[in-house]
Design a protein around this ligand. Sequence first.
Ligand SMILES: Nc1ncnc2c1ncn2[C@@H]1O[C@H](COP(=O)(O)OP(=O)(O)OP(=O)(O)O)[C@@H](O)[C@H]1O
Length: 753
Amino acid sequence: MGRSGPGGHELSLQQDSSSALLLNHYISFFNSLLFSHCPSQTLQKIRMATSPRQLVDLHSGVTHTRIGIWDLYEERGKGLPRRPDSSILKTIVQIRDNMPYVVRMFKEILNIRRVRMLLPSFLVVQVLDSLIPAVSLWCDGQLLRLVETMMETSTVDTTVVIHVAVGRVTCAVASHLLRHIQRRMEIPINMSIRQFYTRHVFHSMARLDLPTFTDSAVRQQLGFVTRPRNMHVETSLAWEVVQDLASLATTTTTMISQFFVLFTVLQKQQDGPLLMILGFSQSILRWYRTQSSVDSFSGMGVWAATTTNNDYIRMQGLQVLTFSPSHRKELVAGNLSEYITSQFCESALRLGDDAGDFNEVYEAHSMRKFPSITTILRETMPELPQIAFMLNAVRRPTTVPLSFASLQLIEHVSDSLISTYLSPYRVFNLTAKFAGLRNLYELKNVQNKVMDGTERFPGNQQSLISGISVEFRNVSFQYSDEERYALRDVSFRIEASQLCVIVGGNGSGKSTILKLISRIYDPTEGTILIDNRDIKTFRLADLRAAMSILFQDYTHFPLSIGENIGLGNPGLAQDDDKIHEAAKMGGARDFIEELPDGFSTYIDRPVKDQYANLPAGVTVADDWYSGVRNMGGLRTSTVSGLSGGQNQRLALSRTFMRSLVTDKDSSAGMLVFDEPSASLDPTAENDLFENLRKLKGSKTIIFSTHRFGNLTRHADLILYMDESVQEQGTHDELLKKGGEYARIWNIQAKPFL
Ligand SMILES: Nc1ncnc2c1ncn2[C@@H]1O[C@H](COP(=O)(O)OP(=O)(O)OP(=O)(O)O)[C@@H](O)[C@H]1O
């Protein structure tokens, strides 16, 4: 367990391992009793696990501690700030900087009619509520006076007793009523504010392009603004700020009024000042005790923990494999259950019971140490005022009951005072919320990375009828944070109304070309020309309206099937006839019409029906709910999963929405398909190719695929990709060339022709 210099570390670990070998045989034996459901041969295979604990200096300042299966590395003395930007000065500066956003928020929410009507009344009710503790304290003070008179004269003043009783009951009833009224007003205020800011955030987010939306800094900004703030009630950030500020103001009112009452009550008491000092110092010492214990963990400084224990890592992996629904299909089909159970048991036995997650293991480890003298002293300090009180009581025993009651009263007030004003969390919380408000307002100023152009496209709408030309000139592209180039020095030209098929292996850059054509990204180097002009000069909205793109990783929107298709052309998204026509073109109409709600069916409805708490084992389909479900027309579920091919037909229908509805309405001059036929059955694939061949000559079609088949033979241009364009030409030219394209064609397509 001793320290050693660098290099001695591994050696001493091994020594410890061997000395623990015998012990672990016994551990394994006991474990075998525990894990009796594990196969017997498992037990024979068990090797020894050791949990040596060592403290070894790796290099100056960094210590390594072995805690069970975990390796903890600490850089002592290099304290991390307890919270980022936690200095008082920084906090004040942050609050000052963010104040304009808070003022703006107040102005805006007061423009909402319902809020303008309810918020002032809400604040008045809150202030009234905050005065109740002072009234209640006054009643307590009257009780103290009663005790005092009782001790002096041995009589009880019944009028005071009645006053106190009535006062207390009134306080309780008033408090309950005021809270009820607050809650009643709070819900509609919150709903109105939330609606207002949801619209604001929705607009700011919907306009973001892909590189900006996926940028980590933007995601952080979005996260703070959009994450659900409360598990049960979805409150808005703005409302939280209002609530926090109001609560700060009302707590201050409570404190001042309580102080005033306390002062009035105690000034008539002989040892009042002493009791004040004792009561407050007790609260401060108690606060200090809790603060110090909060400090102790962060006092560890910079640290990191890891485990290299294969058994532990594998056990975690096996648990995920077993409990996650996403692996269940393969687990069952692969007949894996017996194997993974035996593997899990083996690893569990080797590990023993002391392996757990780092926090648990660390806690167990730190509990072994005895508390230090300073910790014990710190724990006992809050008792000192009580001792002083008792010493004083010995001097004047007759005042004990009254002084004791007063002391309790003072402590109650001082405890809540200190926890309110000395709590750093409250201040930091408010500062963080102010910063969140700033993020919320700044969201609409986030600049998209793909800059918009200024020129209209096309200059003449009629020109789209004969397609769009595309040219890549020495284009290279790197995804952000990737070292590798996805495309390197790519050059080609597709003339207007040509059919171009891009082929190549996985990761060869086919999809990336399509993303650059639609300006999802801009090239890192080189230029893309559309109709002989730099693509960056055109307005993005025009460019995208002139193209119809089907991405490989097509997703369904959480909307109805009809709207999913309709959104292929937002201008016609409400036109049912066109949607049906597009569905027919995509080969989806027949199966959609068989669905329970036809084109109105949701594949995965974003709002779930609510049912009374289901007892274990009872499903929604059971009789209990049939009455309400039949009456309300509730369905057991939305459409349960579509096949891969049906999904692809929906995707094609969405693409056809823009391009093929009717020639008159069609605004797209270019159709771009990224591997659209992989899951289609042969008939559907054939229908698709027929449709595309018919369009040849009137629209530019770019089609990316792994499959060398019918379409490549009809292509005006084939690009064979592997990071850059390896071969290009027509089918016959490339076959004649006898390169990679010809080789793969011979393997893949020729035997079927
Ligand atoms: N969003 C991304 N972020 C980082 N790298 C990416 C991203 N998308 C693709 N890549 C990388 O860029 C390269 C080209 O990918 P691309 O998707 O263009 O290939 P592909 O030819 O379409 O492949 P496949 O046939 O498998 O669909 C690959 O190395 C891939 O890993």
